[in-house]
Design a protein around this ligand. Structure first.
Ligand code: FAD
Ligand code: SIN
Length: 528
């Protein structure tokens, strides 16, 4: 692999790929990704992409729905800009070859919680796969782009690696590229870039139960935090209400589109419970539905609730939810004749690395887009299907900043090679798997859907111990992806806990039993 590129992109989901494709007209691009290139949260997205594509709908309606879901914490200018560009990005994807579900020659628009109109552009129930593969196909054949699979970004290169001791956020820090572990040869590469794009996605794996695939370990937020970038709103973790509950099933989402299509939620006694929690019933925003399910589970002592779509015609279920039907069927559940057992699971990080609408972070030469960021779009709760939208819009917008910033910066010559002196191959690898499992359980038990100061301080103490043990192990060990993921997950967990402790109110996704109401004086982002 060459050691320098004009643009270095970390991550190959919707955000990284759409940026790579658009910036490739302006220079050489390396896309570095830690697993097989399609493996990303994007690839598993089901419901779709929220965009105003029908004359009966309006940008203003989409803006208002986003603001309502965000519970007073969205940045309205950001919301307006991103929502307005949605239709353009959908048309661009279609021009690139993406095929979305249609009805009588027009886009079929789905409906999801919190949306006042049918506006979810989708490819049946596997929208992410369609987006990911459309973008990847073009990226892989573009003459200016090289994709490096099984390459794990370890650290962003900044002044810190040039010998300057940086202890806090400063305006003069610059990013010069990244240290990347080639997982096949076990060598650490030093990749220099004029501009680095962080598009490493979310961190659902810090929780025991999650809809996210194994790649979602928060590496980007952790690297940016260590590089002293500004981070915000990490307490706002979105729990999806309906993840499949089955002893033999790994995390699998049952899309909100199923409720959008008329499915109802029942407790184990067969009673429909959502009408007693919210007038919008099953289509209330996710935080409300997830908390209602949590309440049912805790008050009744049950381990799941039921999602029932069996009253809809079988052919319709098959047409709209082929993927979900097949998965359930493989586990012996026929969704056209029986309800699906579901539980809430960690799904999406609303907080992350702070960027503007130009994708610039607080570190010069470092841009970010997609789930790794905090832009102000989601506020205290993300509206369904607004995240692919954000990834596509910011990935495109970032190009102007990238081209401008690349013009002003050369390659930093005196960046040292990765220093692994004093490390060896340790024998106690059990520490990594044990600490990882323990962390995920601590986060699930104490930093979940309903929080309290008592639970948070317990989580803080446990996490500190895991941090100290893991750091000591890291200092002595040859670097590996598993160990680095654990370190990153601990950092991200710390940021979630710390931000949650700082917010003394309940708002959107952050519910604190000691402070059960919103407090006007707390209505601002949490910056770290
Ligand atoms: P990702 O798609 O997660 O891509 C991140 C990339 O970074 C991956 O390629 C990963 O391997 C790579 N990476 C991570 N760390 C490193 C590292 N250290 N080194 C190198 N590479 C690294 N949103 C919607 O809007 N609509 C939906 O219908 C929807 N459904 C969803 C369903 C599921 C099951 C899940 C999990 C999420 C869903 N979401 C949905 C959320 C949405 O999919 C994500 O927010 C979005 O895809 C994020 O895109 P991204 O490009 O930022 O990150
Ligand atoms: C879903 O299909 O329910 C997921 C949609 C989203 O997370 O935006």
């Amino acid at each position: 692999m060459p050691d320098r590129f004009d643009f270095l992109v970390l991550g190959s989901g919707a955000a990284g790929l759409s940026f790579a494709l658009a910036v490739a007209d302006h220079g050489t691009v390396a896309v570095v990704t830690k697993k097989e290139s399609a493996e990303s949260n994007t690839n598993y997205a089901q419901g779709g992409i929220a965009a105003v594509m029908d004359s009966a709908d309006s940008i203003e309606n989409h803006v208002q729905d986003t603001l309502v879901a965000g519970a007073g914490l969205c940045d309205e200018e950001v919301v307006r800009a991103i929502v307005s560009e949605g239709p353009l990005r959908i048309e661009e994807l279609r021009r690139r070859g993406a095929s979305f579900s249609e009805d009588a020659g027009r886009l079929h628009l789905g409906r999801e919680g919190g949306h006042s109109a049918h506006r979810i552009v989708h490819a049946a129930d596997a929208t992410g796969r369609e987006v990911e593969h459309t973008l990847l196909e073009q990226v892989k054949t573009h003459p200016n782009i090289r994709v490096y699979e099984y390459h794990f970004a370890l650290e962003l290169i900044t002044e810190h690696h040039l010998g300057l001791h940086v202890t806090r956020v400063r305006p003069d820090i610059r990013c010069y590229g990244a240290y990347v572990l080639d997982e096949r040869s076990d060598r650490v590469l030093r990749i220099l870039a004029r501009v680095t794009m962080l598009a490493t996605g979310g961190a659902g794996r810090i929780y025991l139960h999650t809809t996210n695939p194994a790649i979602a370990t928060g590496d980007g937020v952790a690297m940016a935090y260590r590089a002293k970038a500004r981070i915000a709103n990490m307490e706002f973790v979105q729990f999806h209400p309906t993840s499949l509950f089955h002893p033999d099933g790994d995390s699998f989402l049952i899309s909100e589109a199923v409720r959008g299509h008329g499915a109802i939620l029942l407790n184990k006694a067969g009673e429909r419970f959502m009408p007693s929690y919210d007038d919008r019933c099953e289509l209330a925003p996710r935080d409300i539905v997830a908390r209602a399910i949590d309440d049912q589970l805790k008050s009744r002592g049950d381990d799941y609730v039921l999602l029932d779509i069996s009253h809809r015609p079988k052919a319709e279920i098959e047409e709209h939810f082929p993927n979900i039907r097949a998965k359930c069927s493989s586990l012996g559940i026929d969704i056209s004749s029986e309800p699906i057992p579901v539980v809430p699971a960690a799904h999406y990080m609303c907080g992350g690395v702070v960027t503007g609408l130009d994708a610039r972070t607080s570190i010069r030469g470092l841009l970010a887009c997609g789930e790794v960021t905090y832009t102000g779009l989601h506020g205290a709760n993300r509206l369904a299907s607004n995240s692919l939208l954000e990834a596509l819009v910011l990935g495109r917008r970032a190009v102007t900043s990238a081209v401008e910033d690349a013009r002003d910066s050369g390659f930093q010559a005196d960046v040292p090679e990765w220093d692994d002196s004093g490390t060896s191959n340790p024998t106690e690898w059990v520490l990594v798997s044990h600490n990882r499992d323990e962390l995920r359980r601590v986060m699930w038990d104490y930093v979940g859907i309903v929080r309290s100061m008592h639970r948070l301080s317990r989580a803080q103490r446990r996490t500190r111990l895991l941090y100290e043990e893991t750091e000591e192990f890291y200092r002595k060990s040859r670097v590996s992806a598993e160990l680095c993921e654990l370190r990153n997950m601990i950092v991200v967990s710390y940021l979630v806990i710390r931000s949650a402790e700082m917010r003394r109110e309940s708002r959107g996704l952050h519910f604190m039993s000691d402070y059960p109401h919103p407090v006007e004086a707390e209505r601002r982002p949490t910056f770290i």
